[in-house]
Design a protein around this ligand. Structure first.
Ligand code: HEM
Length: 188
């Protein structure tokens, strides 16, 4: 698995009617190195008990820094939820996100199925009010939430490995989101 999901390039294609259109194409992130895979596995293994906290803090920070994500997330269920209901839903989503990170780390050597799962998850997220921009915000918040749990071990290599992992996850989710948009355009 690899890095840099935000690199975009313009690709010129000719339409059926002969006119040239420019498509924005996201570059596929390169794979993670063996060193990065080893680092991710080691760290993640030692973190099992803190994962829930990391997930919840990731989302709390995301909602604090980007209230628009909070506003998009909650109305998906109902605007009239109690605070307790809201926090239970946020917690359960944070756990689901962490379960996907766990899945990604357990399949580092054999990621093809994981990529398909992430793509399908991205497609479903277009029904959950999530946007590509929101998906791109996750990695930074996750790293921020993770750091305090690894104070002694944390290094630039850790930051880079987790950032690359999130870039890969985001790349496939966004690909799924774009596929959904293409289908909507084609049939509308
Ligand atoms: C790395 C990023 C994310 C991952 C891995 C992720 C993962 C998941 C998973 C596994 C589910 C369970 C339902 C399903 O499988 O379709 C889910 C549901 C959902 N996600 Fe995400 N998600 C991410 C980011 C976001 C963001 C940024 C939003 C903001 C709007 C969001 C909003 C929702 C909503 C509203 C649901 C349905 C309600 C729920 O099940 O709690 N997700 N997500």
């Amino acid at each position: 698995m690899g890095n840099t999901n935000n690199v975009e390039r313009n690709v010129k294609k000719r339409n059926n009617n002969g006119s040239v259109v420019v498509h924005r194409v996201k570059e596929k992130p390169p794979g993670l190195t063996d060193e990065q895979k080893k680092l991710l596995r080691n760290v993640w293994h030692g973190l099992k008990e803190d994962i829930e906290k990391v997930g919840v803090i990731t989302f709390m920070r995301l909602f604090e820094t980007h209230p628009e994500v909070h506003d998009a997330f909650l109305p998906f269920r109902s605007l009239s939820m109690s605070d307790m209901e809201q926090s239970a839903i946020l917690r359960s989503h944070a756990l689901r996100v962490m379960a996907m990170v766990d899945k990604g780390i357990s399949r580092l050597d054999n990621p093809e199925k994981f990529f398909i799962v992430m793509e399908e998850l991205g497609t479903r997220h277009t029904n959950y009010n999530a946007t590509e921009e929101y998906i791109d915000l996750m990695g930074e918040q996750f790293i921020h939430a993770l750091k305090p749990h690894l104070t002694d071990q944390w290094s630039e290599a850790h930051e880079k490995a987790f950032s690359d992992l999130f870039h890969i996850m985001a790349y496939y989710m966004k690909r799924g989101m774009e596929k959904r948009e293409d289908n909507v355009k084609r049939f509308s």
